[in-house]
Design a protein around this ligand. Structure first.
Ligand code: FE2
Length: 293
């Protein structure tokens, strides 16, 4: 094993080579990846055309994989990949053809175009997400990552004081409601809102981070309009270009990120074109979130 890291930005995003993700990773490689992601938050593994089973096996080396999202929400749309630990981030219908832009599978993914951390609306959000590209589009469709640690560091003192002791209400359906998508009462009830502090300390790196997300619909101590306006402003701050890395996909790329350190979003593309991706995610627990209690 000869793992090589190449930083794409100072302290943010590294390209990792010298590994075959399709093979069982030695413990030393797992530790090296965990060390690297604590520093860089996003790791890019080019040229790794792994199968579903290989992706699941790779993910499991970093913790238990989530299956709740598939069970509670996505499987109601379709179950093309046949594995509850794997989310289908594709515009492909069950028969293998490109899902039309009004197909629910395609519409569900539109919500991914807004800055978010995977499952931030859950009591047990995701720690690592691992996204593998099978088929990339010819234009657009990049995944952008924004550094929440650098965003906190760059807050002006007044805003830092303003958010210091506040919490946000994170609601799964916030973006989909804004997008005009109709979720059933059962779907809404499956994800009751959760409340998180807007400032957290990463349990491994020790860095403070600004914990905001497009799913925030209220901020403690503020009226609903003022809270939503502040959430919007904070998201604009997080998404400033100097804190963003845009990954343009090539088939066979695998990207792994720490949802505790970055927001991400998918960029627009021509929905008539096939874009095929799949994701596995490890589940976090309250003790590892950097929260008191
Ligand atoms: Fe996501």
């Amino acid at each position: 094993m000869d793992i090589r890291l190449q930083a794409l930005r100072p302290g943010f995003v590294a390209c990792v080579t010298g590994l075959d993700l399709g093979e069982e990773l030695p413990d030393a490689a797992v530790r090296a990846i965990e060390d690297a992601i604590a520093t860089y938050a996003v790791l890019v593994f080019p040229g790794q055309p792994i199968s579903i089973d290989e992706q699941v096996a790779f993910g499991r080396r970093f913790g238990p994989l989530d299956s709740g999202l598939q069970k509670k929400l996505l499987s109601k749309v379709q179950t093309r990949l046949g594995n509850e630990a794997v989310s289908d981030i594709s515009n492909v219908s069950m028969d293998g053809s490109v899902a039309g832009r009004r197909h629910r599978q395609a519409m569900m993914n539109v919500g991914n175009q807004f800055w978010h951390s995977d499952a931030s609306y859950e009591h047990h959000p995701f720690r690592y997400s691992i996204l593998a590209a099978q088929c990339a589009v010819s234009w657009g469709g990049e995944t952008e990552f924004a550094d929440l640690r650098a965003a906190y560091d760059a807050l002006d003192p007044h805003t830092r004081d303003l958010v210091a002791d506040r919490t946000g209400v994170f609601f799964s359906h916030n973006v989909r409601q804004w997008l005009g998508m109709e979720d059933s009462a059962e779907d809404m009830a499956a994800y009751p809102p959760v409340r998180w502090p807007l400032v957290r300390t990463h349990p491994v790196s020790g860095r403070k981070l600004l914990w905001i997300d497009s799913k925030v619909r209220e901020i403690s101590g503020l009226s609903v309009p003022e809270g939503r306006a502040l959430a919007h402003e904070l998201l604009e701050h997080v998404g400033q270009r100097e804190r963003v890395y845009a990954h343009g996909w090539t088939a066979g790329d695998v990207v792994m990120w720490d949802n505790r350190s970055v927001l991400h979003r998918g960029r627009r593309f021509d929905m008539e074109e096939r874009r095929e991706m799949r994701r596995v995610s490890t589940v976090d627990d309250a003790a590892s979130l950097g929260l008191a209690g």
